[in-house]
Design a protein around this ligand. Structure first.
Ligand SMILES: [Zn+2]
Length: 178
């Protein structure tokens, strides 16, 4: 009996980094798979730790990363202006392209419609993909919850609004009252 009994496929590797070495994977045959569990992975440029599952598939020329991740962003409640930590779920497929074929030693010319990221020094860095998807998934007008207290009256008065902004401010008030 092994821990993997009954489950086909590669073992899940636990990672605490978004920087993943794929130099061995790139020397394996097309269709080779790696599975990872990301646990509280942190990276520069990301507000919060990232967790979730990641699958790397060796394609004919690239590594296809399929990720289902969770993280959080810091934001302000649009109504009461309290700081919030908002959970965000991200799911994406992205290709990572090496500059050359690790087996044949020849340069890879990616197709003209290529999208994705580069494999650099045998590594893929998921943090830029995470950052881009995070921007897309960031809630537009976050609320702290059902019982948001709204703007408190005892808040210090704001400076008088410049005339040029008063039209916008009136519009904002209208929208908020809808
Ligand atoms: Zn609120």
């Amino acid at each position: 009996m092994t821990a993997e009994s009954g489950i086909a496929g590669p073992a899940v590797r636990r990672m605490t980094s978004l920087l993943i070495n794929v130099s061995t994977l790139l020397q394996e045959q097309i269709g080779s798979l790696r599975r990872y569990e990301l646990v509280d992975a942190r990276a520069a440029g990301l507000e919060s730790a990232v967790s979730g599952s990641l699958r790397l598939l060796r394609t004919d020329q690239s590594v296809l990363a399929t990720a289902a991740l969770t993280t959080s962003v810091c934001d302000l409640c649009g109504r009461c202006l309290q700081e919030l930590q908002l959970p965000v779920a991200l799911a994406f497929d992205e290709e990572f392209w090496p500059a050359s074929d690790a087996v044949l030693g020849v340069a890879i010319t990616p197709p003209p419609e290529r999208v994705g990221f580069a494999v650099i020094d045998g590594q893929i860095d998921l943090s830029e993909a995470v950052r881009q998807y995070l921007e897309m998934e960031r809630p537009m007008s976050p609320r702290c919850g059902e019982d948001c207290p709204g703007l408190q009256d005892d808040k210090p008065q704001e400076a008088p609004i410049d005339d040029r902004w008063s039209v916008l401010a009136a519009l904002k008030l209208e929208i908020e009252q809808d």
